[in-house]
Design a protein around this ligand. Sequence first.
Ligand code: COA
Length: 323
Amino acid sequence: MTRRLSARAGAPGARILGFGDYRPRRIVTNEEISQRVDTDDEWIRTRVGIAERRFAGDDESVVDMSVAAAGKALATSGVLAQDIDTVIVATCTPPAPIPGLAPEVAHRLGIASAGAFDLNAACAGFCYGLASAADAIRSGSSQNALVIGAEKLTDWTDQDDRGTCIIFGDGAGAAVVTATDSPGIGPVVWGSDGEKSRAISVADRSSFMEMDGRAVYRWATTQLADSAHRACKLAGVDISDIDVFVPHQANLRIVDSMVRTLKLRDDVAVARDIVTSGNTSSASIPLALTAMIERGEVKTGDTALLLGFGAGLTFAGQVIICP
Ligand SMILES: CC(C)(COP(=O)(O)OP(=O)(O)OC[C@H]1O[C@@H](n2cnc3c(N)ncnc32)[C@H](O)[C@@H]1OP(=O)(O)O)[C@@H](O)C(=O)NCCC(=O)NCCS
């Protein structure tokens, strides 16, 4: 006889209680980069919209940055570390494949015995992690989760390759997600295109990142708008209801192109954190949102559209209610 197993009942919804970030101390300007490779401030600002980015030092590992960002998110949300039961670290730049970083992050935060795992969906990682946390809460596997996006991309970037070294930076952002009666994280729309898996890749452990910038640019500006519309529809909101737009910070021209294609309201607060942070992959969305909240550009209760996309190729988007 095939036994029928019982399922756990979860909360009706999940919502974000607070964000936190960690920006490495060292600021690297375009001028500094142009002393090493053949480029200049104007080219970088015009083509990618970056003025400066942060490079992590030896004492700023992916785990260190995760712990700092998550500690701030816990403080902001008012949730105690001991009440967290799930820790997800979205990263594509761990120093080694084993062990995963999430158990150490949980331990250093004083979170005992949490379910803890790393997730690699590259620059879409934070949105994948948020969806996984929300689904775990809705299915009853979790009550309070920490979702962290953290990267040390400089470990994997050839600082002599002007096609990539101008773009990538380091940092971490985190969110505390909790069970709630009224959903504050809409259903995710996620997907991938593995046929383009070589568009952004690291060949092996002794190689640096290689990127077909044009292919990525074309894909991001032509293929993702439909997913953003579907994320709105699944959350039961219209694109005109969106107050805040936080796409992955890959390139300022991609951000501006998406704003035009999506026909967002003129007064929508748009994340442009790339100007001072560079592209920080899975950290970029929570880094940008934390800064926007701290500057008062985003208010409690605002409706935000998040859209992560990157290597894989992968993408994921969802609508959230801002804490
Ligand atoms: C990387 C990117 C800025 C390059 O811009 P581009 O307009 O596509 O530039 P190309 O690579 O076609 O190169 C155009 C010229 O600029 C040069 N160039 C490339 N990088 C340069 C730099 N940092 N400074 C000056 N010149 C540069 C190239 O050598 C090339 O010169 P050539 O015409 O003499 O051969 C752009 O493709 C991009 O941002 N793509 C998206 C990448 C991205 O978002 N990645 C992350 C996804 S998560």
